[in-house]
Ligand binder design. Structure first.
Ligand SMILES: CC(C)(COP(=O)(O)OP(=O)(O)OC[C@H]1O[C@@H](n2cnc3c(N)ncnc32)[C@H](O)[C@@H]1OP(=O)(O)O)[C@@H](O)C(=O)NCCC(=O)NCCS
Length: 195
């Protein structure tokens, strides 16, 4: 099954392709976006190399990969960021059929407007309902409060802490990494009653 184009009320999520390289270069050039992901912003060459890796990973498991998110609610369709639902691939991840790694990275001007959680919620739905995944997890630095808050909003649960070895440590990595998960049996998460 090829990767699907997905829609939410305010976003169109389009499978990553070579035509999106300049958008990846743009988002990875912002040191604040990469603050908890890399020791510094990426050069164009580094972003192009990252794109090639992402495209390769996107061929490993049908339906999984990266999506480029565009806003569809304003007067113009604008690039909001990247969303990921990838086969497990990181140094602290074991490739397991039926599992995928969730991620998101938004342009700074779209932060705190519930775009990350809106797109990610659609990826969780797609992963469980359409791709029949059994477990979706996410890993982030322990000190990445915005990422952890987003994962918690999605109904994902903390499962473990661990340490990763970095060639060039990212400030804050000394506090370690955390992993969150949600299983198909817990999807969709129960809504908290509104009082
Ligand atoms: C992490 C990131 C994607 C969050 O995007 P966002 O669109 O601002 O997130 P949302 O608006 O959907 O917020 C989701 C929840 O997290 C909370 N949140 C978001 N940013 C927060 C912050 N800086 N501090 C505390 N809570 C925060 C929101 O209040 C919301 O909670 P609520 O539903 O209870 O109100 C964004 O900050 C980002 O792109 N950061 C840089 C890249 C990165 O670190 N990605 C994660 C790597 S693992």
């Amino acid at each position: 099954m090829p990767q699907a184009t997905l829609h939410t009320d305010r976003l169109e999520l389009v499978p990553l392709s070579d035509e999106h390289i300049d958008l990846e270069v743009e988002i990875d050039a912002d040191p604040l976006v990469l603050r908890y992901l890399a020791p510094r912003a990426r050069t164009r060459d580094e972003a192009v190399a990252a794109h090639a890796e992402r495209m390769k990973r996107g061929t490993r498991v049908d339906g999984l990969g990266l999506w480029v998110g565009f806003t569809v609610c304003g007067p113009q369709r604008e690039f909001a960021g990247l969303w990921m639902l990838q086969p497990p691939h990181g140094p602290s991840q074991t490739f397991t059929p039926g599992e995928a790694d969730l991620g998101f990275r938004l342009q700074r001007r779209w932060w705190r407007q519930r775009y990350a959680s809106e797109g990610a919620r659609e990826l969780l739905r797609h992963g469980f309902d359409d791709l029949k995944l059994t477990r979706i997890f996410a890993q982030t630095m322990a000190v990445n409060r915005p990422s952890r808050a987003t994962l918690e909003t999605l109904g994902m649960h903390y499962v473990r802490s661990f340490h990763e070895d970095y060639d060039e440590p990212v400030p804050g990595s000394e506090h370690g990494e955390v992993e969150y998960e949600i299983r198909r049996t817990d999807w969709p998460p129960r809504q908290t009653a509104l009082l």
